[in-house]
Design a protein around this ligand. Structure first.
Ligand SMILES: [Zn+2]
Length: 506
């Protein structure tokens, strides 16, 4: 009786998706063995490629056969055993020397005869041919894509792989966000983390619904793909995909990345509020330091952060502010320049009602334009008939025609711009309300210190530290939200509110 070893293999690099998983191979082989009444003495499974010799389990199996502990192999297909000439040769040699008496495959018939061995060597050869061809085809496909200016990899954020056209197209869902991310970053006010948060808020997330990894954000902001060029295997190619940003914007971002990497801070030491404010007295950037205090009986080692003027421009009289105080002030700013959920809901409802009304009146206007356009077209038509019937002189025809064509383009332009811009403001207002609502939630939430600076920048700009107080200029819209607090209980000295309004109305 032949003693079989069952061998199952599937490697992760195998492109063939129809291939059975190892578990499926095991159960198929068990069933096959039962049906054919085969004695299986051992199961070997391996998750390795058979492109190259040197599979451990495969070698172990061959040793057992050489020692005579088994004399048959059971496998799903010949290509599970070998895809290279060395391993295929070993199997055939064991058959020749009689150590191996039988090979069984549910997918392939084999008999230990000269013809059978000949067929087997063809099967091994085919498996090798398949793998050789596969990599050659892949390489050929890549070369073809490069010649066509198509990036031969997964499309980056903002783009999609169009499989049918074998091209990379703009993703209508995310292109706007990617553009926005670049322009936000180019202002120099936002960090990689901020961009990540911006994406997360707008639905660009990892496959597991979490924040994207920071290196992904960094890669995106450094990728020339977005202005139309890409690097592949050390060479630069002019892409045929539609650029999302200009080279100028890209260059600006690169400068900022360079600047940031110079002042790079160790992650463990990250200070949440760095880069947010400047010293009002001397306009130096604010730096931070940490100190530890040890409470042997109660809390152990506790970290305290301090923020102070970097004093880059010589003497400055400003004192430091503790991290806790800084955080408290930002929360106050967010709180006073935000919308309570109830109010936000109300505003969104109003906005929605306005939108509906606007849509109706817009439709009326558009249909009015369209009927005027139709009139002009009819006039043109009649004019041509008159001209062809020789009722109208050539010179008169040309003058009137010119005038009518001008009218026509005018109406067409009005219609199209009306259709395009009608609801742009609704989107802007909705964005604003949502930001004001999240600022409210963020201000109240606990343990979210690292989120504060991001929202602080959404609510205002020009943050300055002066005498331990944080001053800033609320952005348009947010200034209106700040309720005039009674002077005595004013939690914050925003003397520049008035000035801020002027600044922001530009
Ligand atoms: Zn200073």
């Amino acid at each position: 009786m032949v003693k079989y070893i069952a061998y199952c293999r599937k490697s992760t690099d195998e492109a063939d998706r129809q291939l059975l998983s190892i578990e499926a191979q095991i159960s198929e082989l068990k069933e096959f063995a039962k049906r054919e009444n085969l004695e299986v003495v051992d199961f070997f499974t391996e998750a390795k490629t058979a492109k190259k010799p040197g599979r451990e389990k495969f070698e172990q199996m061959l040793k057992l056969i050489e020692k005579g502990e088994a004399n048959g192999i059971l496998s799903w297909h010949a290509d599970r055993l070998a895809r290279n000439s060395v391993d295929g040769g070993k199997i055939i040699y064991l058959l020749d020397t009689g150590k191996l008496q039988s090979l069984k495959f549910p997918t392939l018939w084999f008999e230990n005869t000269p013809q059978g061995k000949f067929m087997l060597s063809i099967a091994f050869g085919q498996s090798k041919y398949y793998i050789d061809n596969l990599s050659e085809n892949v390489k050929r496909g890549i070369r073809q894509k490069l010649r066509n200016g198509v990036y031969p990899n997964k499309a980056p954020i903002g783009y999609l792989n169009e499989l049918r056209k074998r091209s990379i197209e703009v993703d209508p869902q995310t292109e706007r966000l990617v553009r926005k991310a670049f322009s936000l970053f180019a202002t120099g006010k936002y960090t990689f983390v901020d961009i990540d948060k911006f994406f997360f808020e707008h639905g660009i997330k990892s496959s597991t619904n979490k924040y994207l990894r920071m290196d992904k954000i960094r890669c995106m902001l450094k990728s020339p793909f977005y202005y139309g060029v890409f690097d592949f295997a050390g060479e630069t190619y002019q892409g045929t995909h539609k650029p999302l940003i200009s080279k100028t914007l890209f260059d600006k971002c690169q400068e900022i990345i360079k600047r940031k990497s110079k002042t790079h801070i160790n992650h463990k030491d990250e200070f949440w509020f760095l880069g947010l404010a400047k010293c009002k007295e001397c306009h130096s950037t604010i730096t931070a330091e940490k100190h530890f205090k040890f409470y042997p009986k109660t809390r152990g080692k506790v970290r305290y952060d301090y923020y102070r003027c970097g004093k880059k421009h010589g003497y400055c009289s400003q004192k430091y502010v503790s991290g806790g105080e800084f955080e408290k002030q930002i929360r106050e700013i967010l709180w006073t320049h935000s919308l309570h959920e109830l109010n936000a809901r109300k505003m969104l409802n109003w906005l929605h009602a306005d939108e509906i009304q606007e849509r109706q009146s817009g439709e009326t206007k558009i249909s009015l334009f369209k009927s005027q356009l139709f009139n002009v077209e009819q006039k043109l038509d009649r004019l041509l008939t008159g001209y062809l019937d020789q009722v109208i002189e050539t010179s008169e025809y040309q003058t009137v025609k010119k005038k009518l064509i001008e009218e026509k383009t005018n109406f067409e332009e009005q219609i199209s711009s009306f259709e395009k811009n009608q609801f742009a403001w609704v989107e802007l207002v909705r964005d604003f309300i949502n930001s004001a609502l999240s600022a409210h939630k963020i201000a109240r939430a606990k343990n979210n210190g690292e989120e504060l600076p991001f929202f602080a920048k959404k609510v205002g700009s020009n943050y300055f530290l002066s005498g331990g107080r944080l001053e800033f200029v609320p952005l348009r819209g947010f200034n209106a939200l700040a309720a005039p607090a009674p002077a005595a209980s004013a939690p914050l000295s925003i003397h520049d509110l008035r000035r801020g309004r002027d600044l922001n109305s530009r």
